[in-house]
Design a protein around this ligand. Structure first.
Ligand SMILES: C[S@@+](CC[C@H](N)C(=O)[O-])C[C@H]1O[C@@H](n2cnc3c(N)ncnc32)[C@H](O)[C@@H]1O
Length: 234
């Protein structure tokens, strides 16, 4: 059985996802996700939001809410000090039309029936409520429960019950390539010491070169975008 993570551990993981260090192989996509979520949250006019975070074990994006939330409910299969309701996203034990905002980041790939989880999110959202979603398109298998990867047409199909959808790649193909090289270097480095050396030498260089090249190329090529963020309105 997995040992329960402490508050300090999950808060530290959350900080690293929201403000990744340059030594993080996922730096390119994580910083893009932060920019998108910040913009979308700032664009929500309402105060006193009732928020549901599904897969809310770590809550990296909660600090971006800056007091907009009246209520913040975290649902996850795994218990941590931040989880309020231990439940499956496919069967939420929550009332219909009870949340203004649902956050669901990097969770859908683990759910056996992603369409069912999206239907549940749609059900618990109030009319005109908003879902902020992020999903992987190309990434290494995380655990044996990791089941799916998502492309734009599939994401739109899953979200077809929503009235408005803004789908944005978390970086284009150049960022995707540099992110992938970074995570593969970590994968193939057999020894922890080598991984540490890589993450303090080559990884920051690849992160910065990837960001620089993406800025200079100004390309709209997203064929190898590795993660997507979505704002969907009910
Ligand atoms: C990769 S973590 C993402 C955590 C956080 N949302 C983030 O963006 O960093 C995926 C989370 O989804 C949870 N999870 C996986 N399957 C789930 C399900 N069917 N229902 C609820 N939570 C689930 C896992 O326990 C885990 O905490």
């Amino acid at each position: 059985m997995t040992k329960m993570e402490s508050l300090e551990q999950v808060q530290s993981m959350g900080r690293e996802r929201l403000y990744p260090s340059l030594t993080n192989p996922n730096w390119l996509v994580l910083r893009k996700r932060r920019e998108l979520f910040r913009r979308w949250l700032e664009g929500l006019p309402e105060l006193n939001l009732s928020v549901l975070d599904i897969g809310g074990r770590i809550q990296p994006y909660r600090p971006l809410m800056a007091g907009q939330e009246r209520q913040y409910v975290a649902v996850d299969l795994r218990v941590t000090p931040l989880v309020d309701v231990v439940a499956n996203a496919e069967r939420l034990p929550l009332a219909s039309e009870s949340f203004d905002l649902v956050l669901c980041t990097q969770m859908l790939e683990y759910v056996p029936h992603p369409q069912q989880a999206i239907l549940e999110i749609h059900r618990v959202l109030k009319p005109r409520g908003v879902l902020l979603l992020s999903v992987p398109t190309a990434s290494l298998k995380d655990t044996d429960e990791d089941r799916w990867r998502f492309l734009p047409a599939g994401i739109r199909q899953l979200l077809s019950a929503f009235s408005e959808i803004e789908l944005v790649a978390e970086g284009g193909s150049i960022a995707g390539l540099f992110r992938t090289v970074n995570v593969c270097l970590q994968l193939f480095a057999r020894y922890r010491a080598l991984r540490t050396v890589l993450s303090h030498t080559i990884t920051p260089v690849l992160n910065l070169v990837g960001a620089g090249m993406e800025g200079l190329a100004r390309s709209d090529n997203e064929a190898f975008a590795v993660n997507y963020s979505v704002l969907a309105r009910k």
